[in-house]
Design a protein around this ligand. Sequence first.
Ligand SMILES: Nc1ncnc2c1ncn2[C@@H]1O[C@H](COP(=O)(O)OP(=O)(O)OP(=O)(O)O)[C@@H](O)[C@H]1O
Length: 254
Amino acid sequence: MSDETAHDILLSARGLVRDFGPFRAVDGVDLDVRSGTIHSVIGPNGAGKTTLFRLLTGILRPTAGSLEFAGEQLAGRPTHVVARRGIVQAFQTTSIFPRLTAHESVCAALVSKHRRSRDLITWFHRGLAGEASQVLETVGLSDVADEQARALSHGDQRALEVALALAMSPRLLLLDEPTAGMSPFESHKMVQLVQRLAKEEQLTVILSEHDMDTVFGISDRVSVMHQGRVLADGPAPEVRRNADVMAIYLGSEA
Ligand SMILES: Nc1ncnc2c1ncn2[C@@H]1O[C@H](COP(=O)(O)OP(=O)(O)OP(=O)(O)O)[C@@H](O)[C@H]1O
């Protein structure tokens, strides 16, 4: 990767604000996310991370502020437009189609991307089937492609959620606590998957995560939120040494 590419800013938020009635959950957030990097947003419970993600994906409209993505202003645009531009969040969606197999689930996501009905003509279906298999291979689920989503292990269900997001061909993938509830082995696999997506698929990733070993093991850059604001922001090793950050975590984490 050239120096120039490494420093391309893919997403740039300025002064993002989100109020819920009189309460300001996100309070003037500036965020620059560089292309091809893994950027973590951390902070104690209630810091505003999930609300920030909802602003980035268009689920929530900002009360104020701007959001530029790949040179286009996206603040306030609806979520399907934001997704089509390339910002996609992996959600816990496997419960929606518990009886579909992993492969059928990804096919369904691809159908929705291609905006076709489920009654597909055969050639198109074959194309989708191949594409779905590739996506499952990318996330390491080829072996369980024909298992029902509800029968997969927790770790594999979370990998399937990533697969469903990848089916939308994102440029920027958002992951909210991707290792939550996982065993150490499953967490390790998820971390490897995220790293592979960034390196081999040239994806940019924003993730929110409570496990600090995961955060500092995986991230290029880290933004620390506290009470709706970004308190610290920079390369991961720098943020780790930041005394204010340490104080927040020592003060808030049990
Ligand atoms: N729809 C809403 N209506 C009112 N208040 C909300 C709403 N959504 C979030 N909040 C409040 O905004 C604050 C930030 O919440 P948010 O979920 O963004 O924090 P978080 O950093 O993601 O926390 P956690 O790590 O616990 O998920 C919290 O005080 C929360 O109660």
